[in-house]
Design a protein around this ligand. Structure first.
Ligand code: ADP
Ligand code: MG
Length: 281
């Protein structure tokens, strides 16, 4: 039988202590954690305003929005038509500049970046899913999925690529072009394309808007799984109470302001809240 000397055991213990300390010091958690939550804020927006037009015709699409988005959660943004949802999403994603206020993504203040740096940051840190899928018609499903990597001249991590393709269930459709896929399959390609770069945050704008309820449900399941299984941070704009009921947090906008900000809500509670918000003040 093998005997362990005291000094060997001591060395071993010392080594594990050192490892544990290094882990504490160098993991993102210890560097970025908010006290108490153990999770960091991936998107931070302060005092956002967005005015369209001038003078009497000015529309205050955002009238002072503060929002923090915690990593690894699914946040739904809801509100009546014209309440500022799209404007907010475009500004948080660096697709539009606010009139006032600031936005940081993954610690970088995007509202100060020049177009070239901003384009690079969007490519590296942000994934998008649109209502209308936005796939390239001439590319196969597989080519569409890895497109963000091709554009960034990055190679796909094979294991991750396989994981993502399996997660969206498109193993048998990889050589098909968008026209040969159903709407639900096309949106699943779009989800895979958004996940392939492991973005700091994935924005989804009405991702189920063009789908029937069954395929819409499949896409929602996928978004939920990307959060639960891959720790993906997701922000979803939707006016569908059913879609928002999969979220960890539901933020309601009205007239360019946050009217209500709640953790997990049932479909019925969301539906009632929307009805109340739609009553003019
Ligand atoms: P939502 O997505 O919640 O429907 P939007 O963010 O699209 O709301 O719009 C918020 C307000 O800003 C609305 O009153 C809308 O008419 C106005 N708006 C949006 N985009 C423009 C634009 N490009 N020019 C002028 N007004 C706009
Ligand atoms: Mg909109």
């Amino acid at each position: 039988m093998r005997t362990t000397t005291v000094s060997e055991r001591e060395r071993h213990e010392q080594a594990s202590e050192t490892l544990a300390r290094l882990e504490r010091e160098f993991t993102g958690e210890s560097l970025f954690a908010q006290p108490g939550t153990g999770r960091r804020e991936v998107v931070v927006a302060r005092d956002l305003t967005r005015v369209y037009g001038k003078g009497d015709a000015a529309v205050h699409a955002l009238a002072g929005v503060d929002i923090d988005i915690t990593e690894g959660r699914l946040t739904a943004i809801m509100g009546p038509s014209g309440s500022g949802k799209s404007t907010l999403m475009h500004i948080l994603a660096g697709l539009d500049q606010p009139t006032g206020g600031r936005v940081s993504i993954d610690g970088v203040e995007i509202t100060r970046l020049k177009e070239k740096k901003l384009t690079q940051l969007r490519r590296d840190k942000i994934g998008f899913i649109f209502q209308s899928f936005n796939l390239l018609a001439t590319l196969t499903a597989d080519e569409n999925i890895v497109l963000p990597l091709s554009l960034a001249r990055r190679r796909a991590d094979e294991a991750w690529r396989r994981t993502v393709i399996e997660a969206v269930g498109l193993q048998d459709r990889l050589t098909h072009r968008p026209a040969e896929l159903s709407g639900g399959q096309q949106q699943r390609v779009a989800v895979a394309r958004a996940l392939i770069t492991r973005p700091a945050v994935l924005f989804a704008d009405e991702p189920t808007g063009n789908l029937d309820s069954r395929t819409g449900g499949e896409v929602l399941d996928l978004l939920r799984r990307s959060v639960d299984e891959f720790g993906q941070t997701v922000i979803m704009v939707t006016h569908d109470a059913n879609a928002a009921s999969i979220a960890d947090r539901v933020v309601f906008l009205k007239d360019g302001r946050i009217e209500l900000d709640e953790d997990r809500m049932t479909r019925d509670a969301i539906y009632d809240t929307i009805k109340n918000l739609e009553v003019p003040r």
